[in-house]
Every structure is written in C-alpha cells, then in structure tokens.
Design a protein. Structure first.
Ligand SMILES: Cc1cc2nc3c(=O)[nH]c(=O)nc-3n(C[C@H](O)[C@H](O)[C@H](O)COP(=O)(O)O)c2cc1C
Length: 269
C-alpha cells in the first residue's frame, strides 16, 4: 500500500473484534517496528505494548481491545511535535497491517497507564492507542462519537493552504502541483478533529503554523502541537514517497500571521 492509500484507509477504530487477537508474530513485528521510529527533533521516545488486563487499563470509548501502545518521553521543548510525528509513523504502519488504532489523550484511566510505563516526574506520556483488529460493526457509542466530532469531515483546502501570507490562496498551478501531498495533511487525525494546521508556501519553503483553539493547553502542554507533528508526518511521508528532497528549518519566516503560531518549515531542495 502506498502512503495515500494508508492515509485514506486510517480512521479511529474504537470497536475491536473480540474473537480475533493479535498473535505473537504480529506483536513481535510491531515491537521490531517500534525500534526503528524516529522524529525530526531527535527526541528520544520510549514505546510500550501493554496488556490491558494485566495492567488494568481501560478507556470508556473503546470496546473489545486487548492491547495498548503507549509512549513516554522527557517533557522538553518540541516534545509534543516529536511525539505526534513519531506516533503517527506507528499508526500508519499498523493501518497498513489492517490493525486499528485511536489516538487517545483524554478518555482513559491515565493513572493506570502511568503506572504501567513507570512514568517518572520529569516525563510525559501524552497519548496511547488501543491496537487490535477492527470489529465488523461499530458500537453505537463509537458511531455517536464520530458524529459528535464530525470525524468524517475535514476543513476545505483553501482554509488550510496559502501562498506567501495568510490572505492569499494558492495559484491554480500550485494547487495542481501540491494537491495530492496536501490532501495527506488535510486528512490527518487531530484532537477533537480541530485540524489546527495551516501551511504557507513561500519561495522554496513550506511553513507550518498552528491555529490554536482555546482550552487545549494544560500545564504549559499544548495538545494541538501533537496534531502539528502528525501533519508534519503526513507532509514529509508524502514528499518522501514522491522522491522530493527536503530539509527542516526552524528559522521563523516572520510572516504576518495574526494569532497563528509558527512551528517549523520544510525547505524543498
Ligand atoms: C492528539 C489526539 C488526541 C486524541 N484524543 C482522543 C481521545 O481522548 N478520545 C478519543 O476517543 N479520540 C481521541 N482522538 C481521536 C480524534 O477524535 C479523531 O482523530 C478525529 O475525530 C478524526 O477522526 P478519525 O481519526 O476517525 O479520522 C485524538 C486524536 C488526536 C490526534
């Protein structure tokens, strides 16, 4: 499967097939993959596959799951984006194996997860995901939840992608050139499906900005920066697959951005 097929196939899976368990081979394959992932910030993240029963884990929105994946790291600058980027690589890998996932930051018994990963004072465990084979039918709770956040909808292309500043839409040539790659960004998952990413093309750069919503920052931790890491992941996966060479830059281009927050830039080589 190519990246576009995987991104289109992925959705949050909240109802798992009780009768079909991940066997030892696939668990080992996932463990091997967890050893290969990295992020553009070079921040170390430790990954865990956790047995639900053994660790008394639960989520009120998830049904039929037997395992979770969780990651922990030091709470340092850019931890959110790094976590978003790296966890999304895992999510996309699992999707390609027909294994369901749901990013979960809130709806879980967090204390038990912290215990299971032996979380230290200076560490954070931002999100977890159940893993397993999707059930043939969604639970009623899952269908309601999807409706509640409009999970099947995304913002329009012109609300997300701009030329040189945030007042100018892309030209039709640039739209044509970038439509497939930007569609990968558009379809990314985000907390409460808020899609905070805004991208500006200027010269040889794609600059990423965060349109932050109220209520997503707690204890100087910005969940929507995790979304930004996910968007960055989809963007760079799309570029890689098309053989486009790029590098990262953190030099703020100082584009007049009103309330938007500068995150990172991609320099197209
Ligand atoms: C950082 C982050 C945190 C999330 N937290 C939760 C959560 O606590 N509970 C939940 O049910 N879904 C959670 N989600 C899933 C989103 O609601 C979901 O990705 C979004 O509605 C889009 O739906 P889709 O993933 O099916 O495309 C989270 C997603 C992200 C990216």
């Amino acid at each position: 499967m190519n990246i576009t097929e995987i991104v289109k196939l992925r959705r949050s899976v909240r109802t798992f097939a009780e009768e079909k368990t991940l066997d030892e081979n696939i668990i080992n394959e996932i463990k091997d993959f967890l050893n290969t992932v990295s992020n553009p910030y070079g921040i170390k993240i430790e990954w865990f596959i956790l047995d639900k029963k053994e660790n008394k884990l639960s989520s009120p929105v998830i049904v039929g799951e037997k395992y979770y994946i969780a990651g922990k790291m030091k709470k340092i600058e850019h931890a959110e984006e790094a976590f978003g980027y790296e966890f999304e690589d895992i999510v996309l890998f699992l999707t390609s194996k027909n294994i369901g996932t749901t990013w979960i930051a809130g709806t879980m018994n967090r204390d038990k997860f912290h215990e299971a990963v032996a979380l230290k004072e200076d560490e954070v465990m931002p999100c977890v995901s159940p893993i397993g084979y999707p059930a043939a039918k969604m639970s009623i709770r899952e269908s309601l939840m999807r409706k509640g956040v409009g999970a099947d909808k995304r913002l329009d292309f012109d609300d997300l992608f701009f030329l040189e500043n945030f007042d100018t839409p892309l030209t039709s040539e640039l739209k044509e050139k970038y439509k497939d790659i930007f569609e990968l960004v558009r379809l990314a998952p985000s907390a409460v499906n808020r899609q905070p990413w805004r991208l500006v093309i200027k010269d040889d750069y794609i600059h990423l900005y965060e349109s932050r919503n109220k209520g997503f920052i707690k204890d100087s931790w910005d969940i929507q920066k995790i979304d930004m890491g996910i968007a960055l992941n989809h963007l760079t996966n799309g570029l890689k697959e098309r053989g486009v060479k790029y590098s990262y830059s953190s030099i703020d281009p100082k584009i007049d951005s009103n309330e938007l927050i500068y995150i990172i830039s991609i320099k197209l080589e």
